[in-house]
Each structure stands twice: as C-alpha cells, then as structure tokens.
Write a protein that binds this ligand. Structure first.
Ligand SMILES: *Cc1c(COP(=O)(O)O)cnc(C)c1O
Length: 354
C-alpha cells in the first residue's frame, strides 16, 4: 500500500522548545488509515492536522472500543532522528486489538506509517536536551450505531506532539500512594491492553492520591489487594537484597517496552532480575530489614521514575533516603544514552528515520 501525502498549506508556528510541556502542541500533519469489513485496512494517508468529523452515534464515543500507543522520536547527537523499538509498539497494538475485537494491523506496514509521518514532520522533532517528539498512534471504532458489539469500520490515526524534558531540573524521586480501595484491572479484564477504559478507571484514584500530596498510585491486584501490579502508567521494579524484582506479566499488567528493555539490559550487565509475584507486605518487610534498596517506575514518558516514598494505609516508608539509587541511574543513563545516540546501541533498539 502506498501512503498518500497531502501537505498543509498553512504550516503552524513552532512552539518554544524550552516550554513544551506534555501533549499540548501538535504538528502540521496526521496519519489516517481506514478499515472496512470485507476490504481490510485501506487508504493510508498523511493529511493536514485537524478535527475529525464524527456522527454522535460513533461507537468509540459510547463503548470505548479503541486502543492507543505511546512512543517517541529523538534527535540524536549526530542529528539523526531515532525511534526506540517501534516494532514492539506495533506488536502491542495487535495484542490490544485482539482483546478489543479490533482487526489486526500489519506490524511492518504500521512501523512504516510511523516512519513516514515522523519524516513528514521532521522539523518538529525538538533538539533541546531531554525533549522529544511524542508519537500517539490510536485506533477507534467508527460505526454509527448504538448496541454493544464490534464495529465493522475503524480508523487508525497517528498524531505527533513535541514534548519537553521530563526532568528539566534533574531526576526527582516521586511520592507514591499505595491504592487499597480502587483497582485498575482484574484477572480476565483488559489490564494488559492499552485501551481507553483502563485509564478512565484510574482517574479517580489518581485524583485522590494527588489530593493527599502524592504524585501517583501504586496499584495492587484486583482480587486480594496484596500483590503489586504497576505504578500509575508505569511498570515497577524493586531492588530487594541482591534481587531486582518486577511483577510478572499476569494479564492485568501492561507489558511495557521500557520494562522489557530494563530487564534485558540489567540481565546483560549481570544483575539478578526476577519476574515474579511480589506482595506489598514483602516490600515493607524488606524495608524493615534494611534490604529494600531502590524502587522505580519504567515507561516511555519518564523512562525511569525513582520512588522516594511509599504510603500504604498510612504507613510511610522512605526509600534510599528519597534519592535516586545506582541501579535506577544506570538504567536511566543507558536507555536515554541509546535513545539520544550518546551510547552505542549494542541491542539494535533504535531505528533511524531515513
Ligand atoms: C504504556 C504503559 C506502561 C509503560 O509502557 P512503555 O511501553 O514502557 O511505555 C505501563 N503501564 C501502563 C498501564 C501503560 O499504559
């Protein structure tokens, strides 16, 4: 399939690179591809960025049959534009699609679409340290019909947003509230899919945590509320003794690409990384015994977010004196180094936009 390109006649003024924020500015173009039952995915095109016209009965608006992704393009020290493991995001599109009864996309073609839209708006990739071009692919159900069943038509859309440095003043560990009331996902639910409903389910807990002075929540399992799942929209790691532990992928946890990269590079550097069920009590017991050395979240937005404090039912613990630990720092430096081209990419994780 050829991608048709229609360039804008009214390019926008670029925002100030030192004040980008996250997800507030959008580039000149967007990618759209349609799906119709019987015809498959068709008409891939890059068009000027702008509103979508929708019937009020459009299915995505009512039942949330949709999925999304989040990834970034980085300006490298050599002036190239690099993507980080884009095929992993597109493989995850199909994992999410399967759960939401959305037809699969061709992974290689979807990566090509990402490359094309980024290339079209390459002047929008910011260059200031730590900045990047956030890429938001998403799929929505577009039948105009009420009734809960899978749509026969979909749109696959990609929009781009230049975003600021996550840590403009250095990495600052976050305070995390352990959520014992609300749950994000349950066994048999759709926690492993990147689908809007999971995020709608999380907003109330997030608001309550912020009101109490915490940055994000740590989610426990939806059945016993004993086992650790994720932190906010990040996967989570704990350094306990000489083990680096992260909850195993159990169906209610999102399989993060940063999580996967963190496991691979720490194993490669000789660390004892274990994916297993991890109780919140075990973490607190380890802290009592002085064995809890570090905790950190992993995700595309921040790469690494060290956890400086946990509050579980009013019991607060401070981890590593509230400072970033050596393993968190190592993972952060290695992944951001590879993404920016400062460190040799021995894993073959980056893909250059040509
Ligand atoms: C996207 C996401 C992550 C992180 O995934 P990455 O691929 O590392 O960005 C973790 N948890 C949730 C719930 C997410 O939505």
């Amino acid at each position: 399939m050829d991608i048709r390109i229609e360039k804008t006649k009214n390019p926008k003024a670029k925002p100030d690179e030192n004040n980008l924020g996250f997800g507030v500015h959008f580039t000149d173009h967007m990618f759209i591809m349609d799906y119709t039952q019987g015809k498959g995915w068709h008409d891939p095109r890059i068009v000027p960025y702008g509103p979508l016209s929708m019937d009020p009965a459009c299915m995505i608006l009512h039942y949330g049959q949709g999925i999304f992704e989040g990834m970034k393009a980085y300006k490298s020290v050599d002036g190239d534009i690099l993507l980080f493991r884009p095929e992993k995001n597109m493989e995850r599109v199909n994992i999410s699609n399967e759960r939401l009864c959305i037809p699969p996309v061709d992974v290689d073609f979807a990566v090509k679409c990402i490359m094309e839209i980024v290339k079209t708006d390459k002047d929008w990739v910011p260059t200031a340290p730590g900045t990047s071009l956030y890429i938001r692919p998403f799929i929505i159900a577009t039948d105009n019909k009420l009734g809960v069943h899978p749509s026969h038509t979909y749109k696959f859309i990609i929009i781009l947003s230049p975003v600021g440095a996550y840590y403009p003043e250095g990495i600052d560990p976050v305070k995390i509230y352990v959520e014992s009331n609300y749950v994000r996902a349950t066994p048999g639910g759709m926690g492993y899919a990147k689908t809007p409903g999971n995020y709608a389910a999380s907003i109330k807990a997030q608001m309550d945590a912020e009101e109490k002075g915490y940055t994000q929540v740590l989610w426990l399992d939806g059945v016993e509320k004993k086992y650790i799942e994720e932190v906010g929209t990040m996967n989570v790691f704990f350094v306990i003794g000489d083990e680096v532990v992260t909850p195993e992928l159990n169906g209610s946890i999102l399989a993060g690409i940063t999580r996967n990269s963190t496991i691979e590079l720490l194993k490669n550097k000789g660390y004892n990384v274990v994916e297993r069920r991890l109780g919140i009590k075990e973490v607190y017991d380890a802290w009592e015994k002085n064995e809890l050395k570090e905790a950190f979240g992993t995700g595309t937005a921040a790469v690494i977010s060290p956890i400086g404090e946990l509050n579980w039912n009013g019991k607060k613990i401070i981890i590593n004196k509230g400072e970033i630990g050596p393993i968190s720092q190592l993972v952060y430096d290695t992944i951001t180094g590879i993404q920016s081209g400062k460190i040799k990419d021995e894993y073959n994780w980056t893909k250059k936009i040509e």
